[in-house]
Design a protein around this ligand. Structure first.
Ligand code: FES
Ligand SMILES: [Fe+2]
Length: 465
């Protein structure tokens, strides 16, 4: 029997449509699977690329940045169980330790010289900032010309803080309270009162002499208000951006400023405090590593600059450093030329086989027994960024070892020195040029208690030792 063609057509059509649908579904399904796989791959690759880019940036571009408060070094004893039992606040206990220091008579707290008040990069054109240093409140601003100005913070009208909400107008700082404006270019003169047409002639803010170089804004401090007799050295490789900025460290140190540069004239401490490898950290005695087979070995020679009468404010330390293996095999020799200029600026020039580099160290007294120590590191491009960061970290570990001592040591007016320590005596004679008060003696009574923090600490009265 022959097939009924009329009846078979719809049947075939239905089969065909079914087959087509099945094919579309199959393609559709495979397409989705591929598409999902594709999306997963794109996502994976994107995450990987972002992670690699971040790692690359961190390793090769992000500058090193470290902050260390003085409370982190040398005050570990406050964490003993007795203090915790007595509910003594850590900060309060540290302040008590600082108060107990036998440091009642000290050289003047703020020797004459240039001090860094701010790092240049944190003050953009048109910005104003508040700053506290030398026991004083400052407003620091950058006018539209790019010039940085520093003045006493309180507005002579009714006393608003010009660095808190004050606005920069041209070269002027405008007070946030009634908009009086003071011109940095005209020695802090009052130049505008928006609601009055009469300007009192005698009203001005106290301006501080400023000098900006090497990435810092410096001010001149002199106990008798004399003009500067010298200026911070300008390092062309920094100011002309020939060398790359590699990072910074900032540390607070609870001691008199003189103790810090005195370290450079004290060669005997180098092979005691700084001989353990930097990998042993800032407290080698407590370190997990005890790599006695490898040591830093130091030689240093401190001399005041007596050759040039215009550079009496300078002292030079020639440091010879190498790493010694097994006590007899010297390797990795690095020489450092340290230039101490005045009481608060040091340039440490390195000359390595990979190229030249410099640390700029600034020491600024915040209050009589508290210093802000900031290091910036610059190097030629031959010193690759990860290595530069290791150098900054190593330097920070080494200076932290000094800070642990400085935080707890007492200033000794008449130390007992051996003949090998004589450079300390020379240093003190050299450093005394930065004091102009009091006339007859170098020492002044410390009248205020350390109160850098916890002035309103609720545990203030709970201290029981
Ligand atoms: S307090 Fe500054 S303008 Fe009034
Ligand atoms: Fe040291």
């Amino acid at each position: 029997m022959g097939k009924d063609l009329n009846n078979s057509k719809p049947e075939t059509s239905l089969q065909f449509i079914d087959q087509l649908q099945a094919l579309i579904e199959t393609i559709g399904n495979n397409g989705s699977v591929q598409c999902i796989l594709c999306n997963v791959h794109i996502l994976q690759y994107t995450v990987l690329a972002v992670a690699l880019a971040y790692l690359y940036w961190k390793l090769f571009h992000q500058p090193y940045d470290l902050f260390m408060d003085f409370t982190e070094l040398g005050f570990e004893d406050v964490d003993n169980p007795e203090n915790i039992r007595n509910n003594t606040s850590r900060r309060n206990a540290i302040n008590e330790m600082r108060r107990r220091k036998k440091n009642r008579k000290l050289p003047p707290a703020y020797p004459n010289g240039w001090y860094a008040v701010l790092e240049s990069k944190v003050l953009k054109v048109g910005q104003a900032r508040e700053m506290y240093a030398l026991g004083n409140n400052f407003v620091v601003w950058r006018g539209s010309s790019g010039c940085a100005y520093v003045a006493d913070a309180y507005c002579p009208h009714i006393g608003a803080h010009l660095g808190v909400g004050g606005e920069v107008r041209g070269e002027c700082i405008q007070c946030p309270f009634h908009s009086w404006a003071f011109d940095g270019k005209s020695d802090g003169k009052l130049v505008s009162i928006p609601y009055s047409d009469k300007l009192p002639e005698f009203v001005k803010i106290k301006m501080w002499k400023t000098f900006e170089t090497d990435g810092f804004i410096f001010i001149w401090n002199h106990a008798e208000s004399l003009d500067p007799t010298w200026h911070p050295d300008e390092i062309p490789e920094i100011n002309l951006n020939t060398w790359s900025y590699r990072g910074r460290s900032e540390m607070r140190v609870a001691c008199h400023i003189q103790e810090i540069p005195e370290n450079g004239a004290d060669p005997a401490h180098l092979n005691v405090l700084h001989s353990d490898l930097v990998l042993c950290g800032d407290n080698p005695k407590e370190s997990f590593f005890s790599w006695n087979f490898i040591k830093h070995v130091w030689k240093a020679n401190w001399t005041p600059n007596t050759d040039d009468p215009n550079r009496r404010h300078e002292a030079i330390v020639k440091v010879n450093h190498h790493i010694m293996l097994f006590g007899w095999l010297p390797c990795l020799k690095i020489n450092v030329d340290i230039h101490q200029t005045g009481p608060g600026i040091v340039a440490l020039h390195f000359n390595t086989f990979l190229g030249k580099a410099v640390f700029i160290q600034t020491v600024t007294p915040i209050e009589p027994l508290l210093q802000r120590v900031v290091h910036h590191f610059y190097s030629s491009s031959w010193i690759i960024h990860p290595l530069a960061k290791l150098i900054i970290d190593g330097e920070a570990k080494q200076i932290a070892r000094d800070i642990r001592i400085w935080n707890r040591k007492s200033y000794m007016h008449k130390p007992n020195l051996t003949k090998e320590d004589q450079t300390i005596k020379q240093f003190r004679r050299w450093f005394s040029q930065f004091y102009s008060e009091p006339k007859n003696s170098n020492l002044v009574e410390l009248t205020s208690e350390p109160n850098y923090f916890c002035t309103n600490d609720s545990n203030a009265n709970k201290l029981t030792f």
